[in-house]
Design a protein around this ligand. Structure first.
Ligand code: ATP
Ligand code: MG
Length: 391
């Protein structure tokens, strides 16, 4: 088992700066997910950690040991690749045995015929067989050992790739979008299996995905990455409810958080989309702020008033227990999306005027530069004073 320390890692490809000083500390046994859009540098960071690529600056340690210059197989990490990277001409058993053969058998012992004449080869090969069979059974692929990857389903291939990583008993698992080639249903099933695997093995997992549902359900902590930088590292719930940065708030959540431009009218009142919300922002009258409101933060209101936005229903998405109602607000291009309980809002129709209320404590405030403005109760970095009672 091992902790991982990533300190100020930089990486350029030509003139492109792909990692811009990434620092991250992962605890022993933690499940940490790197979450970010395509091209933000997730795989690059993982490959550097695995030793498949060298950083331009910064340092790494695994289990308290600096790993600079250590070859991949000496780093005590195992990587599961997005593409699985299985050898098509080899059986499942041979694919899974490969990392152990590379580590435990010498070049001569690995020779097809001669190798078997050398002392100890047979014993080590038998031990490897036992390990491979045991691991395959634990993953439910014991009956597939003689098949080739081309004769497997996507989910079975994925298990073989995980099995190949497991046989080495690494201190750290690096998983690069291991589920992205699977269909939606299988992805949910395999997600549960990966979580269970982590609990069973108790080792450190660094998991890469651009799927926020995966990140939210699997992780102890999520590191949100954008353009080669980490924006926030926190438990899933905090990333969602308490984002540090406008970009984090916009990346997490589906449907996306509503962002509305507001102006402080006077102390305690913000004008937004033709309505007024009572939030005691510690900003001067006339200051421009962005209000971030998640779709589920709205509730149906009978009429307009303070803290109530009014718009015209553009479209309704029926999601079973919920409705996503798209509302056109006066003077705003993007429709507002409110998530309402279907049973509370049975008769909504396009074209109708609708009032939706929002509690001030469900509003996230962002400064013009995208920084979150915290309320006093939340942190010492107060720029916004507590909400008035009875708002
Ligand atoms: N060997 C390379 N040479 C040049 N540019 C590269 C190389 N590898 C990656 N890049 C670039 O670095 C950036 C980050 O790539 P990386 O593969 O780390 O992204 P990612 O976050 O894993 O994306 P995805 O979610 O699509 O897998 C991309 O713009 C990519 O084009
Ligand atoms: Mg990638």
């Amino acid at each position: 088992m091992a902790s991982v320390l990533i300190d100020s890692i930089r990486k350029n490809y030509g003139t492109a700066s792909v990692l811009r000083g990434v620092s991250l500390s992962i605890a022993d046994g933690e499940f940490l997910t790197l979450l970010g859009p395509s091209g933000c540098g997730k795989s690059t960071l993982l490959r550097i950690l695995a030793g498949l690529e060298a950083q331009d600056a910064g340092s790494l340690s695994i289990g308290g040991r600096a790993v600079e210059g250590l070859r991949p197989k000496l780093r005590d990490v195992a990587m599961v690749f997005q593409s699985y990277a299985l050898y098509p001409h080899m059986t499942v058993a041979s694919n899974m045995a490969l990392p152990l053969r590379m580590r435990r058998l010498s070049v001569f012992q690995r020779l097809p015929l001669l190798g078997h004449l050398l002392p100890a080869t047979a014993r080590i090969a038998a031990e490897i067989d036992v390990e491979v069979t045991r691991t395959a059974k634990s993953l439910g692929i014991g009956h597939l050992l003689a098949r080739k990857p081309g004769q497997l389903s996507g989910g079975q291939r994925q298990r073989v790739a995980v099995g190949r990583a497991m046989v080495r008993h690494p201190a750290v698992f690096l998983m690069d979008e291991p589920l992205s080639n699977l269909d939606a249903k299988l992805r949910v099933q395999m997600r549960a299996e990966i979580k269970e695997l982590h609990q069973r093995l108790g080792v450190t997992f660094l998991y890469v995905t651009h799927d926020q549902a995966e990140a939210m359900t699997l992780s102890d902590r999520v590191a949100v990455m954008l353009d080669g930088e980490l924006l926030q590292v926190a438990p899933p719930q905090d990333i969602y409810a308490d984002p540090d940065d406008r970009r984090v708030a916009e990346f997490i959540g589906s449907p996306k958080i509503n962002m509305l431009e507001g102006v402080v009218r006077e102390r305690g009142l913000i004008d937004v989309a033709g309505a007024t919300i009572t939030i005691e922002a510690d900003a001067p009258a006339g200051a421009h702020l962005t209000l971030g409101i998640r779709p589920e933060a709205f509730h149906l209101a009978d009429h307009g008033g303070q803290g109530v936005l009014t718009g015209s229903v553009r479209m309704i998405e029926h999601m079973g227990s919920d409705l996503f109602v798209h509302l056109d607000l006066a003077g705003i291009d993007q429709p507002l999306i409110a998530r309402l309980l279907a049973e509370r809002a049975p008769h909504i129709a396009p074209g109708q005027t609708l009032h939706v209320g929002v509690r001030p404590d469900r509003v996230l405030l962002f400064a013009r530069d995208g920084r979150r403005l915290h309320r006093q109760a939340e942190s010492g970095r107060a720029s916004v004073t507590p909400i008035r009672e009875g708002a």
